[in-house]
Design a protein around this ligand. Structure first.
Ligand code: PLP
Length: 383
């Protein structure tokens, strides 16, 4: 949507991209459940030929995510992993990527068990320290891949400083922005070239869609990624594209409310005697609190805390009521998980130990229930 002034963030979530149907006046984009399009003559089409290449509902979502992340083009995929894989397919055999060490388990798996077989090399380092990035740059290094905040230890990398180091060395900077969402953090504005999301999480927000989104900041990257998307075909269907647009309309109020609930829960956890340690970038004693404050407008709804042992974590899980034991995050319902045995089970045990993902580490995704109920629930379960 073009208006004569810059939209503010919540307005953009609702009026950005293509937000209505000019043919009928419908205030929601129709679900174009279609695979192909009639041509008036050979090649005489109205911008759509075949839905892998382009679909009007998916295009509306892609325009919207482009607008809210502030890039030049957006792309929607059938999952976050499909989005990450497509981005990696921008590289060639022999290319090397430096990545955050405690990335999402599936990201580690695709790099170390799948894409390595196609000759894409990766090195995992603690990117919250710039020196670690610098010392891994090789002749064949083509990109820096950051996840910030990380999962599950909520480590923060300085996007602006890291992407400027990357640029000096001719590397692309890619940021997995799933935890912060485009409402709180916009990596392209901080210097990144590509930002991606598991839209399954906060962007969808209701535990009812699996999807991935990518935004790039140059025309060249847009053409290259569209070529990969169309060639490999991991596109998002029209129904799921529509669900994401619906989710995005309330992303702002959901994130604002999540922020308030999370602050109250973190405050409770830090004072609880059974909790050994709380990991949350909003805490002043978080090692990168100042960077988190500088680059994001909110700290998000993900919190990890250590209860000391696997048995204690199990006890907590057996008593908890409102927090659903499940993988995933970022939905209206609060979720709880034990990363070592769930989301991060695909990471070898010795690697987990190196990273500090202990058996007693519990991760919560704070939802939109009344926070008094959530705190009471945690209080009883921690007894
Ligand atoms: C869930 C997740 C992914 C993978 O996304 P899917 O939609 O599950 O394929 C990638 N990165 C992060 C940070 C995630 O939380």
């Amino acid at each position: 949507m073009k208006v004569g002034f810059e939209m503010k963030r919540k307005t953009k979530l609702i009026h950005g991209g293509i937000s209505s149907d000019p043919h009928t006046g419908a205030v929601s984009v129709p679900i174009y459940q279609v695979s192909t399009y009639k041509q008036e003559g050979v090649g005489g089409h109205k911008g759509f030929e075949y839905s892998r290449t382009g679909n009007p509902t998916r295009q509306a979502l892609e325009e919207l995510i482009k607008d809210i992340e502030g890039g030049t083009a957006g792309f929607a995929f059938g999952s976050g992993m499909a989005a990450i894989t497509a981005v990696m397919m921008l590289f060639n055999k022999g290319d090397h990527v430096i990545m955050t060490d405690d990335v999402y388990g599936g990201t580690f798996r695709v790099m170390s068990k799948v894409l390595n077989r196609f000759g894409i090399e990766s090195t995992f380092v603690d990117t919250s320290n710039l020196k670690n990035i610098h010392s891994e740059i090789r002749e064949n290094t083509k990109a820096l891949y950051l996840e910030t905040p990380t999962n599950p230890l909520l480590k923060i990398s300085d996007i602006e400083a890291a992407s400027s180091l990357a640029k000096e060395n001719g590397l692309l900077t890619i940021v997995d922005n799933t935890f912060s969402t485009p409402y709180w953090q916009n990596p392209i504005e901080l210097g990144a070239d590509i930002v991606l999301h598991s839209a399954t999480k906060y962007i969808g927000g209701h535990s009812d869609v699996v999807a991935g989104l990518v935004v790039v900041n140059t025309e060249k990257l847009a053409q290259d990624l569209h070529f990969v998307q169309n060639s490999t075909g991991g596109v998002l269907g029209p129904q799921d594209s529509w669900l994401l647009m619906r989710g995005i309309k309330t992303l702002g109020i959901r994130m604002e409310e999540t922020e308030e609930n999370t602050a109250a829960i973190v405050n409770f956890l830090t004072q609880h005697p059974s909790v050994k340690k709380v990991f949350y970038p909003g805490l002043e004693n978080h090692p990168n609190h100042e960077i988190a404050k500088k680059q994001a407008r909110g700290f998000g709804g993900m919190v990890s805390f250590d209860v000391g042992s696997g048995e204690k974590a199990d006890h907590l899980l057996s008593k908890i009521h409102y927090f659903t034991l499940a993988e995933s995050l970022g939905a209206v319902e609060s979720l709880i998980s034990v990363p070592a045995r769930m989301t991060h089970a695909s990471i070898p045990a010795e690697r987990r130990a190196e990273l500090g993902i202990t058996e007693g580490l519990v991760r919560i995704s704070v939802g939109l229930e009344d926070v008094e109920d959530l705190i009471e629930d945690l209080r009883k379960a921690l007894e």
